[in-house]
Ligand binder design. Structure first.
Ligand code: SAH
Ligand code: SF4
Length: 336
C-alpha cells in the first residue's frame, strides 16, 4: 500500500497511470490532502465513489495521531504526537493577539548534543519525513487550531535533515498557503547546508543559535562549534543573501555564569559586526537533570543594554509554557 502523504509525486503519478487515472487528478489529490485536509481517501468527494475505491485498493493517507495536549497557564499548548512506527514528538502552539505560531519538530531527538538542551540529551532517534513535519500542522488544523506562523524550533536540527525539511517547506508554502515570511528555520549553523538554503527554499526567515561570543564558550556548550567555528559561521552569515528589509535572527540562550557576563556581550558585538540582524535573548529554561541555571534578571537586562547601546534590536524572549515543559529546550517527546 502506498502512503499518499509520504510518496513522491512521481510515485503517485506512476500509481495513477497504472490505475488509468488522468494525471491532472494528482494535482487535485494534493489540493485535497494539504489544502482541504482530507484524512482519508473517502473524504475526497471531488473524486467519484468508483475512483476513490480504486485508489483505496492500492493506497491510503497516513495521519499522525495526537496522543495528548496540555495547556499552559499562559495559553501555550503542547502536543504529543505518535508517528507510524510508535516514535513520539512534541510541538508547541503559541497563540497571540494577531497570530498563532506553531513550533514544529524536524527530528525525533537531536544529534547535536548541545549541553543546555533536553532534546539534545536524548540523542537522535531518526529524521522526520516531510509529511510528518507538515502533519503537525494538518493534525492541529483538523482539531480547529488556527496556525498562522511556523517556526522550525521544536525537536531536532532542521539542517541535519535538510532534504525532508525542504520538501516540507515547499508543501507549507505551496499548498498550506503559508507565506515564506511566516516560516522560520532555526539552526545551530551547519554552514554548508545553510548556504544551500537561499537557492533551494523559498525566502523563509533564518534564525541562528549563536549562544556565545567566543569559541571556547561555544565549544563547551555546543559541540558542533568544533566543526563549524564562530568565525566561519559569521562569515557565512555576512554573505547570506537577504530579501530587502529582512534580517537574520540571532538567538542567544543566556546561561548563568557561562555566557551571561558583559564580556560575553562585548565578544558577541565584535563577532556579529556587519550582519543585518536582530537578537533574541532566551534566558535558559531548566529541566530535570540540567546542569545549568537560569541567569539573574539583572544580568539579562544588563546584557540586553550592552547590545542595545550599540544600536542592536534585542528582545528578551518570555519562556512560554514552562509550567508544562513546553519552553525552548524542554521538549522530549514522552509522557513523563
Ligand atoms: N536545533 C535548532 C532548533 C531547535 S532548538 C537550534 O538549535 O537552533 C530552538 C532554540 O532553543 C535554539 O535557539 C536553542 O539554542 C534554544 N534552547 C535549547 N535549549 C534551551 C534551554 N534549555 N533554554 C532556553 N533555550 C534553549
Ligand atoms: Fe539540537 Fe537545537 Fe537542542 Fe542543540 S539546541 S541539541 S541543535 S535541538
Amino acid at each position: 500500500m502506498l502512503d499518499l502523504k509520504s510518496a513522491s509525486k512521481l510515485e503517485i503519478e506512476e500509481l495513477f497511470k497504472n490505475l488509468k487515472i488522468p494525471l491532472y487528478r494528482v494535482r487535485q489529490l494534493y489540493h485535497w490532502i494539504y489544502e482541504k485536509n482530507a484524512s482519508t481517501i473517502d473524504e475526497i468527494t471531488e473524486f467519484s465513489k468508483e475512483l476513490r475505491k480504486s485508489i483505496a485498493r492500492e493506497a491510503y493517507i497516513s495521519n499522525i495521531e495526537i496522543l495528548r495536549s496540555q495547556v499552559s497557564l499562559d495559553g501555550t499548548e503542547k502536543f504529543l504526537f505518535k508517528l507510524f512506527d510508535g516514535e513520539t514528538i512534541e510541538a508547541v502552539l503559541m497563540p497571540e493577539e494577531d497570530r498563532s505560531t506553531l513550533c514544529a519538530s524536524t527530528q525525533v531527538g537531536c544529534a547535536m548534543g548541545c549541553l543546555f538542551c533536553k532534546t539534545g540529551s536524548l540523542g537522535l532517534k531518526r529524521n522526520l519525513k516531510a509529511n510528518e513535519i507538515v502533519d503537525q500542522i494538518l493534525a492541529l488544523r483538523r482539531n480547529s487550531r488556527k496556525i498562522t506562523n511556523i517556526v522550525l524550533m521544536g525537536m531536532g536540527e532542521p539542517l541535519a535533515n535538510i532534504n525532508e525539511v525542504l520538501k516540507a517547506i515547499n508543501l507549507m508554502t505551496e499548498y498550506l498557503k503559508l507565506s515564506p515570511r511566516r516560516v522560520t528555520l532555526s539552526t545551530v549553523g551547519i554552514i554548508d547546508k545553510l548556504l544551500l538554503l537561499p537557492q533551494m527554499a523559498p525566502p523563509i526567515n533564518l534564525a541562528v543559535s549563536i549562544n556565545a561570543g567566543d569559541n571556547d564558550t561555544r565549544d563547551f556548550i555546543m559541540p558542533i562549534n568544533k566543526k563549524y567555528p564562530l568565525e566561519e559561521l559569521v562569515r557565512a552569515l555576512r554573505k547570506y543573501p537577504l530579501k530587502r528589509g529582512r534580517r537574520i535572527t540571532l538567538e542567544y540562550v543566556l546561561i548563568k555564569g557561562i555566557n551571561d557576563h558583559e564580556r560575553d556581550a562585548i565578544g558577541l558585538i565584535s563577532l556579529i559586526k556587519a550582519i543585518p540582524c536582530k537578537i533574541n535573548l532566551i534566558p535558559f529554561n531548566p529541566y530535570k537533570e540540567s546542569i545549568f541555571q537560569r541567569p539573574d534578571e539583572v544580568d539579562v537586562l544588563k546584557f540586553q543594554k550592552t547590545l542595545t547601546d550599540r544600536g542592536y534590536s534585542v528582545f528578551i524572549r518570555k519562556s512560554r509554557g514552562s509550567d508544562i515543559s513546553a519552553a525552548c529546550g524542554q521538549l522530549k517527546g514522552d509522557y513523563t
